[in-house]
Design a protein around this ligand. Structure first.
Ligand code: SIN
Ligand code: MN
Length: 200
């Protein structure tokens, strides 16, 4: 593992070895079965290119009227529990007593991207967000705490884990593109990003 610090983002390169990445994918299968991926709408009505779902007490949800955390999948069922193998990463890296209440799962298929945004739907920004990358490489862009200004980009590869805490917690960030089929972790290609969040 190599620790890169980019504008307060702790980028743990190669944090998860391939065997552990495969264990995580197995642990996510039942989550995806219980809470299938959906395509959230953005404000204004367009559709995000990323598909998503969640595990935990809360899931992140977006429709035409805005962004929020919801206690149910859009189909009406409760979100499945966050797998222990995922929680272990949170515990290892943050050492916190408090456990995350949401594990947002973003799936980037070919051509998917995520515009620059802040994670600010949570109640307490003193808790970090932990982001786990699995599958294809993603070009992660890091901006500032306000819109605009210079940005810096870093490729996130399968097994990299980023901790966004402190000054980085409210920084703009996004994913410009992925290198589709650059990894063989997911048989059909694509990138999974998990973000662990304390919500309340
Ligand atoms: C996110 O900001 O929700 C996702 C970041 C990523 O895909 O690396
Ligand atoms: Mn985010």
């Amino acid at each position: 593992m190599t620790l890169l610090r980019v504008r307060g983002f702790d980028v743990c390169k190669g944090y998860l070895e391939p065997a552990r990445q495969a264990v995580l994918i197995e642990a996510l299968r039942p989550v995806l079965k219980a809470a299938p991926l959906f395509s959230p709408k953005v404000r204004g009505g367009g559709q995000m290119s990323v598909r998503m779902t969640s595990a935990g007490q809360f899931g992140w949800y977006s429709d035409g009227s805005g962004y929020r955390y919801a206690e149910q999948h859009p189909k009406g069922q409760k979100w499945p529990a966050i797998p222990e193998a995922v929680l272990d990463i949170w515990r290892d890296l943050t050492g916190l007593e408090r456990q995350p209440e949401c594990c947002l799962l973003n799936y980037y298929g070919e051509g998917a991207r995520m515009g620059l945004h802040q994670d600010k739907d949570e109640a307490d920004f003193s808790f970090p967000v932990v982001s786990i990358s699995l599958g294809d490489d993603g070009l992660f862009r890091i901006g500032n705490r306000t819109r605009g200004g210079r940005t810096e980009s870093v490729w996130l590869n399968s097994g990299d884990v980023v901790v966004m805490g402190g000054e980085a917690r409210l920084a703009y960030h996004g994913v410009d593109r992925i290198r589709f089929k650059s990894s063989r972790l997911l048989p059909k290609g694509g990138r999974i990003n998990l973000t662990l969040r304390v919500v309340t």
